[in-house]
Structure formats: C-alpha cells, structure tokens
Design a protein around this ligand. Structure first.
Ligand SMILES: Cc1ncc(COP(=O)(O)O)c(C=O)c1O
Length: 402
C-alpha cells in the first residue's frame, strides 16, 4: 500500500499552542488570546531591573479582562483604575483597597461614592472632586483616602502621547496646588500621595528618564511644604512597545539604571514614601493576539482585498483609528501558514461597511484563502475594551487566556 502523508504547514505558535488549536478552543473567530506566561516573564524581567522598593502597578485600562487581572494581582503591587467598574475588577481580583488608585478627570458622584466606600485611593483632579469626596466621607462615616493628581509643569519631548504639561483636563495645575492643599487641610483630610502622569507609549529611554527625574524634583518641591509624610508617590509609567516597522524597543534597562541614581535622593527627601511605577501596555501589550478569519478574497481595479470576519469594532487601534496621526500596519501574519507561498500584495480589511475598517494596508502576505486565520500581533492592550463593539451589531470577539 502506498501511503502519502501530506504535512500540515506549521502554523504560528502562541503561548506554545498552534493558532488553529487556539481557534478550536475559542470555538469561533474572531478572538483575542493572551499569553499568561509571557506576561509573567515580562514582569519578572522588569522586577529584576527595578530598584528594590519600587512598586509596580498595573493600569487596568490597558486590558480589563477579569481573568487576566486576576493573574496580575499575584504579580504586581497594585492597580490603577479609571472607573468604578475597573475598581470592582481590581477588588474582585483580591487587590487591597489601599493598593488601588482611582484616577480620571470626570469621576461621577456614583464612582466617587463607591470609591470612598471601598477605601481605595481617590486621585482627585479638581476642587470639585475634592469637595465631593470629603462630603461623601462625612456621609458614609469613613475617612477617605485622597491623593492629588498633578498636571506637571514640564512637558516631555518624544512621547507617543503627552498627558501632562500645558493646559489639560487631567490633574491639577501645579500653580493651583497651594489652594487645593489649603482646602484639604481645612477639611481635615490627610494627603495620601501625589500622582504624576506625564505621557504614554514612549520608546525613547532618555525621555522617560528625564520625565521621571523631573517628576521626582516636582514631588520633592511640592512635599517640602507638607507637615505629614506621604504614603506614596505615583510617578506614572509611559513605557511604550514597538508596534510599527522601524520602531525600536524602549531600553528599559537604561531607564531602570537611572532610577538607581534618582531614587536615593527621593528616599532622603521623602523617607517612608513608596514610589510607584504604573504601566499598562508594557506589561500586556505584546502578550496578546487578535485572530480573525478570511471570509472573502477579491480584486477591485487591480487591488487585492482580503476580507475578514473581524475589524475595527473589535480592534480600533489596529485599524489606525485610536489616536494614530499616520495610519501604519500593526504586525499581521497568516496564522495557519505564516511562511506560505506564493505571496501577494493585499489590503486586509474588516467586515464593516466603512473605509476606516482596515487591518493592514498594502502588505505582502502569503496568498490568502477563504478560511485562513489572520493574526494581528501586539494586541494585548487597548484591543477589545478600546473598540466600538456594538457598531453595526456584529458578534463580540471571544477572549481567552492561554
Ligand atoms: C493615568 C494613566 N495611567 C496609566 C495609563 C496607561 O498607559 P500605558 O498603557 O501606555 O502604560 C494611562 C493611559 O492613558 C493613564 O492615563
């Protein structure tokens, strides 16, 4: 008998699992998969570089999947939350209220009530927020834990997204702080800490180092007029990850080495105060993929379109519509045969009826067939939760931890 074996082309491995096997586990496409071992490894590596005593917080906005946050609760020292729902996810994952910071320019009365009742640290960003928090403390019979988010008086250079310096809805301008501190004193509320968030998605080590140095200088200046010690100082994060061709990885080793230089000065000026680094995408962004399926392949006026069952309603960032000035392609491969031939130049699009729904423009890939898996890498942060899931009423993507 002549048996001929046809070898299945090797597929993309993610978390040690072939992408076709992942699709079987998900039960349908599209889906997001997150690799918990990769997140663990990223955090271990970072911790080995950080000076001892530097606390690491995870910013839940990057990816609020409860199972993922549950894993992170064992690996980080606390969480940054931006809503009462994110706060509930952190508390349900077992985080202590004292290790949760609630920041955001538009906290509602209900958000604040739940935060004060739970005992999390409310990072107030205006006089209105301070008044509400103290009134809620009286009403609920608890001493609220209040920190101040400061809009710094410096602005960083090459950051992906600036979130401080200049006029901003975030935090309290340095010039307005003395009045807010007097208000705090008059209301007999202790100040737990300061929070300075200068920006995010920065790949330039010298910029991160400079922003951290300036944050520490600012905090030392602000704290010099205080009588009571601060419990913590949250120095923001800003660590970026490479998404696009030509981007170079942030030199985290250099950033951490610089911490060894400025931390002793901060400790001397603020004995007993815990420094906090808060990171979102750097911890989880590279540990996630988005997988959708090719449902059509067609040519229009000489251009090839690979049409998928996914799109911007699941992954706004990959479509280029989540704050990118110039649209560039996230890394995209055909998951079931990444090295397949022949290859073709094509446009990978989603299933929505809008020209904005693009997953990759003018990219060279193995010739796509209906049923192939399109995999978008670097999708562990700002994916599902940062997308307009209900636009055009298609099904939501599955999410799973591998
Ligand atoms: C206050 C605050 N903390 C943390 C983050 C997380 O940023 P990233 O995911 O880039 O680390 C953001 C992002 O906008 C933020 O506004």
């Amino acid at each position: 008998m002549n048996l001929t074996f046809i070898r299945r082309p090797s597929g993309l491995q993610f978390g040690g699992v072939d992408v076709r096997e992942l699709a079987d586990r998900a039960g349908r496409t599209p889906f997001f998969a997150y690799d918990r071992a990769a997140i663990d490894a990223r955090i271990r590596e970072l911790r080995s570089l950080l000076p001892s005593g530097m606390h690491l917080h995870y910013s839940i906005k990057a990816n609020p999947m409860p199972a993922l946050v549950h894993c992170l609760a064992a690996w980080v020292d606390g969480f940054d939350v931006a809503s009462a729902q994110e706060m509930a996810v952190a508390l349900n994952a077992g985080a202590a209220p004292a290790d949760i910071g609630f920041a955001g320019p538009g906290k509602s009365h209900d958000d604040l009530r739940r935060a004060v009742a739970s005992g999390v640290n409310v990072h107030v960003e205006s006089e209105t927020q301070l008044r509400l928090v103290t009134a809620l403390g009286w009403e609920l019979g608890v001493q609220p834990s209040v920190a101040i988010r400061v809009n710094p008086d410096f602005q960083v250079g090459q950051s992906g997204m600036r979130m401080g310096g200049g006029a901003a809805p975030f935090g309290v301008d340095v010039g307005q702080l003395p009045a807010l501190l007097r208000e705090l004193e008059a209301r007999e509320v202790a100040l737990a800490g300061f929070h300075i968030f200068w920006g995010s998605q920065c790949l330039h080590a010298a910029t991160v180092i400079e922003a951290q140095r300036q944050s520490v200088e600012l905090v030392l200046r602000l704290a010099s007029g205080l009588t009571d010690p601060l419990r913590f100082v949250n120095l923001g994060g800003g660590f970026g990850i490479p998404y696009f061709p030509g981007e170079t990885r942030l030199d985290v080793k250099a950033v951490c080495e610089a911490m060894h230089d400025w931390l002793p000065g901060m400790r001397a000026g603020l004995p007993g105060t815990t420094p906090i680094l808060e990171l979102g995408r750097y911890l989880v962004g590279e540990a996630g993929i988005y997988v959708c399926r090719v449902i059509d392949h067609k040519v229009s006026r000489g251009k090839t379109f690979v049409i998928t069952d996914g799109g911007l309603h699941h992954h706004l960032a990959a479509s280029g519509n989540f704050g990118q000035v110039l649209r560039r392609n996230f890394p995209v491969v055909i998951g079931n045969r990444p090295d397949g031939v022949p290859r073709e130049r094509c446009h990978v699009v989603g299933c929505l009826c809008t020209p904005l729904d693009r997953l990759a423009d003018d990219i060279e890939l193995p010739e796509a067939h209906i049923g192939d898996f399109i995999v978008v890498k670097q999708s562990g942060a700002y994916g599902r939760s940062a997308s307009p899931l209900h636009f055009l009423s298609h099904p939501e993507p599955v999410e799973m931890l591998v």
